[in-house]
Design a protein around this ligand. Structure first.
Ligand code: SAH
Length: 255
């Protein structure tokens, strides 16, 4: 059985309880060495075999699955495996081989970064949507999903895999309609001991990232939620009735 496990953003105690238990019971762990905090491997038992997937290609990982089909294998992916996790291609191989698997979710670095920034990514009257995306690099994005096209809504942008392409990010977002003075933040290694936080504006983003030497393992967040006016939530408005509380009679549909 293969367990795809979300490791969380970095801090050892931000893996789920289930994820830690799966590590403790694993015969073999294949981890994404370039992004995973090695302290997480301390959850493993003494005789567990470990492989850093940074040194393996897809065929080699498939070979490990095939040759050890009777073992409990944890494939440890950073954050939550469903976001840029490259798990689909592995699951397709496991389906072909007839090897069982399951997925254990994790805390995405998006949530880790928002917590480090002490920010809410959805604020009433400012943005009620989050766009999770990236600028195209070696992996291209479909043309209708260029950042300039996604900018039309002025929603909160959370950009993965783009820290080395910050000039392109600024060009695309400003071309799409974000003002240069839109607040922007970068969180490098969110929740790790050497985390760095940069708060700036879209206009100054790439130069400030250069100045701080941040070009990988970082999220770029852009949007007015980072700073500015907002409306109070309806859910906690004293005038609104909710399923749990009677206000002055107006109905809130938020729950
Ligand atoms: N599945 C992961 C994302 C994997 S893609 C998740 O849910 O977080 C790898 C990208 O994730 C990196 O390029 C970076 O943009 C982001 N990332 C991963 N860990 C991070 C961290 N601790 N802090 C900031 N960004 C991180």
């Amino acid at each position: 059985m293969v367990h795809f496990v979300g490791a969380g953003p970095g801090a050892k105690d931000l893996i789920t309880v289930r994820g830690a238990a799966l590590l403790a019971g694993a015969d073999m762990i294949i981890y994404t060495g370039s992004l995973i905090n090695k302290e997480l491997l301390e959850y493993a038992g003494e005789n567990c075999r470990m492989y850093d997937s940074a040194y393996l290609d897809l065929d080699e990982v498939a070979g490990l699955y095939r040759d050890n089909r009777d073992l409990d294998i944890v494939r440890l992916h950073t954050g939550d495996p469903s976001i840029y996790g490259a798990i689909k291609e592995q699951m397709d191989i496991l389906d072909k081989e007839g090897i069982e698997y399951e997925v254990c979710p994790g805390v995405s670095s998006m949530a880790g970064a928002a917590a480090s920034l002490k920010t809410e990514l959805t604020l009433p009257g400012v943005s009620q949507s989050i766009i999770i995306s990236r600028t195209g690099g070696r992996t291209k994005v479909p043309p209708c999903q260029e950042l300039s096209a996604l900018s039309a809504h002025g929603s909160t942008m959370v950009l993965f895999l783009s820290a080395g392409l910050a000039y392109k990010v600024r060009d695309e977002l400003t071309a799409g309609g974000y003002d240069e003075d839109t607040p922007a933040a970068v969180v490098y290694k969110a929740t790790w001991d050497d985390e760095k936080i940069l708060r700036t504006t879209l206009g100054k983003l790439p130069e400030e990232m250069d100045a701080q030497g941040i070009n990988k393992t970082a999220l770029i967040i852009v949007g007015n939620v980072l700073d500015g006016e907002y409306e109070l939530s309806k859910l906690y408005d004293k005038d609104f009735d909710t399923g749990f509380r009677t206000g002055t009679g107006r109905q809130s549909t938020d729950s």
